[in-house]
Design a protein around this ligand. Sequence first.
Ligand code: HEC
Length: 117
Amino acid sequence: MFVRSFLMICAFSASALGLAGCRSLPPSKPASEWTPQEARGAAVYQAKCARCHYPTSTRPLNGPGLQALTKLKAMPSGAPPTDERLTAVILHGRQTMPGTPLTDDQLNDMLAYLHTL
Ligand code: HEC
């Protein structure tokens, strides 16, 4: 509970002050250490998601920043960041986020990449 509130306060002050990110979140895996699958997922992300989400920041763009997404207890909606939930959000969208049709390979690569954030 304490950790959750702390993260929320931290995410809030990071966006309110326009800081690059929230120091209490674990850092994203550097590109130099990506596996081939994670690198393929990053390319899919650049093509399909980057215009609406910063990957390595909590600052919002069109949608919430996704830094440390899979390491958090809950996503902005409150749902846990499981692969099943992420798959549903990616393929079908959520509220103002449009669904993104992906092949099974693209989806698996994307999920691997999201775990590096
Ligand atoms: C046109 C802009 C747009 C695109 C493209 C987009 N998103 Fe989103 N995304 C949003 C918005 C807006 C929200 C907030 C939706 C809401 O109100 O819950 C969101 C929410 C999310 C969430 C949080 C879901 C939750 O339960 O809180 C995740 C994760 C996410 N997007 C991942 C992705 C990924 C991965 C892609 C690429 C396949 C992507 N998005 C493409 C706009 C976008």
